[in-house]
Design a protein around this ligand. Structure first.
Ligand SMILES: NC(=O)c1ccc[n+]([C@@H]2O[C@H](COP(=O)([O-])OP(=O)(O)OC[C@H]3O[C@@H](n4cnc5c(N)ncnc54)[C@H](O)[C@@H]3O)[C@@H](O)[C@H]2O)c1
Length: 334
């Protein structure tokens, strides 16, 4: 089968490609990425030369280009990881998020419809469900939880999900959607909490923590997320939404302290800063459906996964340095 994987130079998409290109030599994977500031060709450079893989630079919003690509490649499966993904940026520039996340998704849906793809999979987020109170640990997001977004990012992801479901119902496109909690692991752009904290701690710089650091996220290792996406794409029921969660709720402050402890750095580096507007309090995922239907399980627990992740960033400081200096932009020679 021939796969289109969009956003494959980003954090989760690149980890997905490393997993599947090696696991499924009989399948062929085309990675499409616009290489925005968040796209890093260094993440996928080691896949160059693999017989079942190629990279194409391009924008999911470019209708003409996408139509031609689908016409040329005859994809069986489309997996859309591409997105603007940073909540803080969505507060500064909401329109870009609607443009990429909603209209870009619709461009892919239109091409999937025209060229009769066998499966369109949308990589979504638990943020579409809004947030949960801190004092009700019994509550978790289910697939049936109503959409209730807080940020322009989550609203754009919800808008995309609704279009995916509308195209399924109206045009009969065979779709699936996965909604996952916060990911951690290698290759995460150092604008997100965990790589920011590691990078700053290694340089003994102040570590900014929003508000009092009380906000709770359900952390999942990126590999467990991608195993779930792969299972859903291959075995999930058409038209269904599947939640994927880490079963590992931690406050931001706990995460920061865990990292400092592992790096043997002092907690005095923590600097509390003005909270993010509209900051969601707590996310928690109920992933019973994917566990029972598709046999998905997590292989990482947070304590082991975070140590392995910290060690990866410690051993790959050049990867972060190239982002800081902007050199990573030269990695793709085109
Ligand atoms: N990071 C998380 O914790 C998390 C959790 C749940 C869901 N998600 C979702 O998973 C997906 C991937 O997230 P991520 O953390 O890897 O994001 P990321 O920002 O690291 O990567 C996004 C990738 O998409 C590419 N891209 C952006 N706009 C594009 C466009 N117009 N055309 C083609 N490519 C474009 C970027 O160049 C980049 O390589 C996103 O859809 C995100 O909403 C992320």
């Amino acid at each position: 089968m021939k796969f289109l994987v969009t956003g494959g130079a980003g954090f989760i998409g690149s980890n997905y490609l490393h997993y599947v290109v090696n696991k499924y030599p009989e399948d062929y994977f085309v990675c499409l990425d616009a290489l925005t500031y968040a796209g890093n060709y260094n993440n996928i450079k080691s896949l160059e030369g693999k017989e079942n893989y190629k990279f194409v630079k391009g924008d999911i919003r470019d209708n003409k280009f996408i139509d031609q690509l689908f016409n040329d490649e005859k994809f069986d499966i489309v997996i859309n990881f591409a997105a603007e993904s940073h909540v803080d940026n969505s507060i500064k520039n909401p329109n870009l998020f609607a443009d990429t996340n909603v209209l870009g998704t619709m461009t892919l849906l239109n091409a999937s419809k025209k060229y009769n793809v066998k499966r369109y999979h949308q990589v979504s987020t638990d943020e579409v469900y809004g947030d949960l109170p801190l004092d009700r640990p019994d509550l978790k997001f289910k697939e049936t939880t109503p959409i209730h977004t807080s940020s322009p990012y989550s609203a754009s992801k919800a808008g995309a999900d609704l279009q995916v479901l509308a195209y399924a119902r109206t045009f009969g496109i065979p779709v699936t959607i996965s909604r996952c909690s916060n990911n951690y692991g290698p290759y995460q752009f150092p604008e997100k909490l965990i790589p920011v904290v590691i990078s700053k701690a290694l340089n003994n710089e102040a570590i900014p923590v929003y508000g009092k650091g009380e906000n709770v996220r359900d952390w999942i290792h990126v590999h467990d997320h991608n195993v779930g996406v792969d299972l859903i794409v291959r075995n999930g029921r058409v038209g269904e939404i599947y939640n994927l969660g880490g079963h590992s709720e931690k406050s931001n402050l706990d995460v920061v302290k865990t990292i400092l402890k592992h790096l043997e750095k002092d907690e005095s580096l923590i600097s509390f800063v003005t909270d993010r507007p509209g900051h969601d309090l707590r996310y928690a995922i109920d992933s019973t459906k994917v566990e029972e239907e598709l046999g998905w399980t997590r292989t990482y627990n947070f304590d082991e996964g975070i140590k392995e992740t910290i060690d990866w960033y410690v051993n790959n400081q050049e990867w972060i340095e190239e982002i800081k200096t902007g050199k990573y932009k030269e990695a793709y020679k085109g």
